[in-house]
Design a protein around this ligand. Structure first.
Ligand code: UD1
Ligand code: MG
Length: 458
């Protein structure tokens, strides 16, 4: 990979950075304008991540962080784990950003709401008498998000370094989720679910899940972090699917913040919070996608997948829209359930399940798993039914025994359905699918919700 930035790249990144700096300095003349500041910070995140990926690529390769692109004729080695660069830039940015959302409160608490010459008030702050006005709970929420993300990033880097076993890997996001679950408990504590209208005669209007709600949220973090990692293996797909999800959440947040939404809406603050976490994520992810899209010049590594999944989980839980988030993760959910037979070793699972590159045609075909030992009768029959439903592609021998099948991933299933295709077309197809399902999910959330619930909280 050429590591030096071209002249055009240098000029573009520099002008973007200067513009963002200018905007940031200007925010201090008003109330801090946190949303504007967040956009400017996201621009800076993009520029620094873009440059660092280039500059650090070779250093990563020298340390052994490299991988072979298996879907290419010439399988050259390229830097891996570049998601760690993104994750670290992201952490720095959201930490530096902390003063902005609280700027108004800091000014109010230290000088009496813009009346900066009232000096007694300042003394009162120092003796703690005005501190109760400061939104400590919001700061706690924000800090717990930072802590949870930091935790998951160290897991990701550990995994990229040492290839942690699956059964250990699965639990770590649950530990990472503890800080934000505590804050959720102390700050919000709502563990009730609104019951759909048809079930109300039996369960009442609200159903309290109690501590199970916390189990549900921990499972949500495990699912979200791992599901992105297993919908992977072709250039660009990990980052691009995360970007699609992030943009869909931003779209949903915008619905609550737009001038047409009733104001002040009780959910305004939580959707602003969601944007503060997502906009810089979009910044670093765009920089990574530029280098990871077909033909990839870097790989993202597991760090990126866990990090992205955890950003969504933290965002959904602390932003109080975890059920909407499930709707946006439906393709990942399908891939997870579809993968289950291989993940739980009901049928063999090869180390890599990414599609197979056909050197003659230059196209990707679905990869297959060979069954060396004959499968047990019920499993073989189940695979045959899936084959008939066009949900799998199996091969049988003359005795009617199943000898191989396509690997159980959405990416391979796509190839079973639509035939061999080039790597970027495959990625684009899957992304279009993700986008369509996401919009459908949001539509259901805001329109159809009225059919099963008495009101939409928008
Ligand atoms: C997960 C999947 C595995 C899939 C792999 C690909 C499960 C249980 N595991 O494993 O089936 O093969 O991701 O990322 O579903 N690579 C490419 N082209 C790409 C991306 C990756 O060839 O566009 C290869 C490279 O050799 C790279 C390696 O995949 O080095 C990275 O695999 P890794 O992320 O370590 O695999 P897992 O996350 O463990
Ligand atoms: Mg991976």
């Amino acid at each position: 990979m050429s590591t030096a930035l071209s002249r055009t790249e240098v000029y573009s990144l520099l002008s973007l950075s200067f513009a963002c700096f200018g905007i940031l300095i200007n925010t201090f003349q008003g109330d801090g304008e946190p949303l504007i500041a967040s956009i400017a910070f996201s621009g800076l995140a993009f520029a620094s991540c873009y440059a660092l990926i280039r500059w650090l690529g070779d250093a990563f390769v020298r340390r052994g962080f490299k991988g072979r692109d298996m879907c290419k004729l010439k399988q050259s080695e390229i830097p891996e784990t570049m998601g760690a660069v993104c994750a670290v830039v992201y952490l720095f940015i959201i930490i530096i950003f902390i003063p902005w959302p609280f700027y108004k409160d800091i000014v109010a608490a230290t000088s009496g709401g813009g009346n900066r010459d009232v000096m007694e008030e300042l003394q009162q702050v120092e003796t703690g008498r005005l501190l109760h006005k400061f939104p400590h709970s919001k700061l706690a929420s924000y800090l717990s998000a930072v802590l949870s993300l930091q935790c998951i990033i160290s897991l990701g880097i550990g995994d990229d370094l040492f290839d942690i076993r699956w059964r250990h890997k699965v639990l770590i996001p649950a530990v990472a989720a503890i800080p934000m679950l505590i804050v959720y408990f102390v700050d919000f504590g709502v563990t009730q679910m609104v019951v759909p209208t048809p079930l109300r005669p039996y369960l009442g209007e609200l159903f309290d899940l109690g501590w199970l709600y916390y189990v549900y949220m921990a499972l949500m973090s495990i699912f979200s972090a791992n599901s992105i990692n297993i919908l992977a293996g072709i250039n660009g797909i990990e980052v691009a699917q995360s970007l699609v999800i992030a943009l869909l959440i931003v779209f949903n947040d915008a619905l609550y913040l737009s001038p047409f939404a009733p104001y002040p809406h009780p959910a305004t603050d939580s959707h602003l919070f969601s944007l503060y976490l997502l906009l810089p994520f979009i910044g670093v992810s765009l920089a990574l996608l530029k280098h990871n899209w077909y033909p990839a010049k870097v790989f993202v590594g597991d760090t990126y997948c866990y990090f992205a999944g955890m950003v969504f989980a933290v965002d959904g839980i602390l932003g109080h829209f975890s059920k909407t988030l499930i709707l946006l993760l439906l393709p990942q959910g399908f891939n997870f359930i579809y993968s289950a037979p291989q993940l739980f070793h009901i049928v063999p699972c090869p180390r890599h399940r990414l599609p197979r590159f056909n050197a003659r045609t230059g196209l990707l075909e679905c990869s297959r798993v060979e069954f060396k030992k004959p499968l047990s009768r019920p499993i073989a029959e189940a695979l045959k039914i899936l084959h008939r439903l066009r949900l799998l592609d199996i091969e049988t021998n003359e005795k009617g025994e199943v000898v191989s099948s396509s690997n159980f991933t959405l990416i391979n299933l796509w190839l079973v359905w639509f035939g061999p295709m080039r790597e970027d077309r495959l990625a684009l197809g899957l992304l279009a699918f993700q986008t369509a399902v996401g919009f459908l999910g949001l539509f259901i959330r805001h329109r159809m919700a009225l059919l099963v619930f008495t009101q939409d909280n928008w």
